[in-house]
Design a binder for this molecule. Structure first.
Ligand code: SF4
Ligand code: SF4
Length: 345
């Protein structure tokens, strides 16, 4: 179902989605962030600073509350999020490709995550193809992606000047378009030709690259003990920006937050955690199997390019470039993978 919508009617489309909570990129203090969509939405953003992963996997969420009254069994009240219809507009293809990767983790048949699933079930993504790389740090093509990929999206929009070409990818996407059917016109053969040219031009734009992403898993494994890990990690301050801003990083911690002692009560809370923190793997004995900067950098990189690939048959990095552009000391995952894998057979 290929259609077009005038850019000037985008806000009307959003208004027509009355059954949905709609989010779109907004520029605040020079930073693009997903916000509840207002009346005037335009998709003139580069990429948002924070990927949309927190819509399904929030930074902090309560699993259940507990209360222990003396002499009585503990009272546990589960805080499963209510399913809600939410749609995020303007998701870039690298962040769209993160969606099936996060789904693979949290929908694992062995360990299904009811909290993630409750949020994810009503969640839809309207993507926006990148006619040109949105940042010099983009490298989606070399990790199997594309600036015009629709993977993970429900609808893909492509900017054709004063209109968007609209491709519904899923049944949910078709419903989003159908909700405002009158605003769309059917794509003509000339429109489809314009789309093909725009996509071909986008694919042809130069990007940075992981030299051998397909072979990286094997080569990283072979170079596990390389001294390069410590050399390349020099300067890391363990701030965790690289993983907190990554659309596919999903490590978390679970803690009990006590809010009262008579009776004992509180909440069991899940929060994002971070493999770049020095105490992430600290044991109660005091032993830390990842004591050095290099061992922690190796974990981050090998999780993306080796372990995830071994477990799920796909790379976990989508080439968004955030960990490169936002690292305060310039640690660059493209450079790291290329250095550690070069000259490895
Ligand atoms: S590892 Fe870096 S470039 Fe890859 S998806 Fe995560 S933040 Fe983006
Ligand atoms: S963003 Fe840079 S300095 Fe911060 S933890 Fe990651 S690699 Fe280290």
């Amino acid at each position: 179902m290929d259609k077009l919508i005038d850019k000037a009617r985008l806000s009307d489309w959003i208004t027509a989605l009355a059954d949905w909570e709609v989010f779109a990129p907004a520029l605040e203090d020079g930073v693009w962030t997903f916000k509840a969509a207002g009346e005037a939405v335009s998709l003139g953003h580069t990429n948002v600073k924070q990927p949309p992963k927190d819509f399904a996997f929030p930074q902090r969420e309560i699993y259940f509350s507990f209360e222990q009254v003396k002499g009585e069994p503990p009272r546990l009240t589960q805080k499963l999020p209510a399913e809600a219809k939410r749609v995020v507009f303007g998701v870039r293809p690298c962040d769209g490709r993160a969606v099936p990767r996060m789904d693979r983790v949290f929908n694992d048949p062995q360990f299904p995550d009811a909290y993630y699933q409750a949020r994810r079930n009503g969640l839809a993504y309207v993507g926006l193809a990148c006619n040109r790389p949105v940042a010099p740090t983009c490298f989606c093509k070399s990790v199997g992606g594309s600036p015009v990929s629709s993977e993970g999206m429900d609808v893909l929009l492509t900017d054709l000047g004063d209109r968007y070409f609209v491709q519904a990818v899923t049944k949910t996407g078709e419903a989003l378009v159908a909700a405002a059917d009158k605003l769309f016109v059917k794509a003509s053969p000339a429109d489809k030709k314009a789309l093909e040219k725009t996509h071909a031009d986008a694919e042809a734009q130069p990007q940075r690259a992981i030299a051998d992403a397909a072979g990286a898993a094997k080569k990283l494994k072979a170079n596990f003990d390389s001294p390069l890990w410590e050399t390349l990690a020099q300067g890391c301050i363990g701030c965790g920006i690289c993983t907190f801003l990554c659309p596919t990083c999903h490590c978390f911690d679970i803690n009990d937050e006590v809010t009262g002692t008579a009776p004992m009560k509180g909440n069991r809370v899940r929060t994002w955690d971070n493999c770049q923190f020095p105490d992430f793997t600290m044991h109660t004995s005091g032993h830390n199997p990842r004591e050095t900067l290099g061992s922690r950098l190796r974990q981050r990189v090998c999780h993306k390019f080796q372990y995830f690939h071994e477990n799920y048959g796909m790379l976990q990095c989508t080439g968004c470039g955030r960990c490169v552009s936002e690292c305060p000391v310039g640690i660059d995952i493209v450079n790291v993978v290329n250095k550690v894998t070069e000259n490895v057979a």
